[in-house]
Design a protein around this ligand. Structure first.
Ligand code: ADP
Length: 395
């Protein structure tokens, strides 16, 4: 069966068509600037071939239509007819407390995603636009929702509650939810397959957005992101954990609303705010050239990760493995080394040669290291596709 994976943003739509027979990606692409002047499609197929199109697109339904046209095109298409698409899997940001797993989309599920809009005000409406567009253009194809928050629903209350008056939890559902759940679940389950049952594992998803999760026997017991993805680590453009009073201080001083301050904390902070670039490769190049801002940014980035790893070793009362994944975690040799250098008290020992020669799933710790350290490439789209296949074909 071929499965179409959709990740809809407010003005963008990413897609992948995956052949589940061998789990290969047969086409993927991105529609950008939906509803804005200059809408365009970038479609990749075959062995690195590319088709590009600039055409006005007023909404996600029109965007879905050009994606489906591209997939079926005689020249750059990969399927003969839409009948070949067996199911659609949607990445949905916020499942709130209702969703602990992926599920078949029906009216009740749509209503629940709508209910969670206050928790995911930017993403959930966009995800719904993607779902509705697919329902229109592929009315007879099962659609599955895969939530970024679902994996973290196994956290105990002591980890997910905020120490605010109780009504903020009971009435407003304010609590830690956690994100990147599809990636954390994918890695935690690979870790269980590689290391065996009942292991304590810290998953370090370090990309532009970054989060850690503490997992016991493949289940999440804590994670760094909160009610929104702003909490936790220093990220590409997000500041991560800080004193909440900073919001009022900046709002009062600069005559801004809380939303404006939070927007700045989400989009102009982190590595971007400290150095002027959100990309770890740029920041590293500046660090190598002796730039003091870049040096401090890397120190802060590393220190925050080390502090959370230390707290998760305590939270789990032990740790069998630390796993690096995502753009920085999979590719940045020195970043892994920086993080692990500060963990020698726990008996973490990285083998420099293994760390410098990572190919796919690789153990980078020495054989004597008390905690194993691994690199495991994440694949969120494949995780979504596997869930979609399982749910869409369930009898
Ligand atoms: P997201 O999916 O959150 O947008 P990614 O997981 O793609 O982000 O990670 C992006 C980050 O990974 C960037 O900071 C980038 O610099 C870093 N990165 C990607 N490739 C490499 C590489 N080869 N070496 C070092 N860092 C890399």
């Amino acid at each position: 069966m071929k499965i179409l994976i959709i990740n809809a943003g407010s003005s963008s739509l990413k897609y992948q068509l995956i052949d589940m027979q061998d789990e290969s990606v047969i086409a993927k692409g991105l529609v950008e600037r939906i509803g804005i002047e200059g809408s365009n499609l970038s479609h990749k197929y075959g062995d690195g071939k590319k088709f590009e199109l600039v055409t006005p697109l007023k909404d996600h339904t029109e965007a879905m239509n050009i994606v489906l046209d591209a997939l079926q095109d005689a020249d750059h298409g990969v399927i003969k007819s839409l009948d070949e698409i067996g199911a659609v899997g949607h990445r949905v940001l916020h499942g709130g407390e209702k969703f602990t797993a992926s599920c078949l989309i029906n009216d009740t599920v749509i209503a629940a995603i709508e209910e969670n809009i206050p928790l995911g005000p930017l993403h959930n409406p966009a995800n719904l636009m993607g779902i509705r567009a697919c329902q229109k253009v592929l009315p007879n194809v099962p659609q599955v929702a895969v939530f970024d928050t679902a994996f973290h629903q196994t956290m105990p209350p002591k980890a997910f509650r905020y120490a605010l008056p109780k009504k903020y939890y009971t009435e407003l559902h304010m609590r830690k939810y956690g994100f990147h759940g599809t990636s954390h679940r994918f890695i935690a389950s690979r870790a269980t397959e590689i290391l065996g049952e009942n292991k304590k594992v810290i998953v370090c998803h370090l990309g532009n957005g970054s989060s850690l999760s503490a997992c016991v026997n493949g289940k999440c017991v804590d994670t760094t992101m909160g009610i929104t993805p702003l909490d936790g680590l220093v990220m590409g453009t997000r500041c991560g954990t800080l004193d909440p009073a900073c919001v009022e201080f900046i709002a009062n001083t600069e005559h801004k609303t809380a939303s404006e301050v939070l927007n700045m904390m989400n989009k102009q902070s982190g590595l971007q705010g400290l150095t002027g670039s959100s990309d770890m490769r740029d920041v590293t190049a500046r660090y190598d050239a002796g730039d003091e801002d870049a040096k401090l940014a890397i120190e802060m980035w590393t220190y925050t990760i080390q502090k959370y790893i230390g707290s998760y070793v305590a939270a789990m009362n032990g740790c069998d493995a630390i796993i690096f994944t995502a753009g920085i975690g999979e590719n940045h040799v020195r970043a892994r080394k920086w993080v692990c250098e500060g963990l020698s008290f726990f008996g973490v020992e990285v083998d420099d040669e293994r760390n410098a020669n990572v190919h796919g799933e690789t153990k980078i710790s020495t054989d004597d290291s008390r905690i194993q350290v691994w690199v495991i490439p994440t694949n969120e789209e494949l995780a979504i596709a596997r869930d979609t296949l399982e749910i869409a074909t369930k009898k």
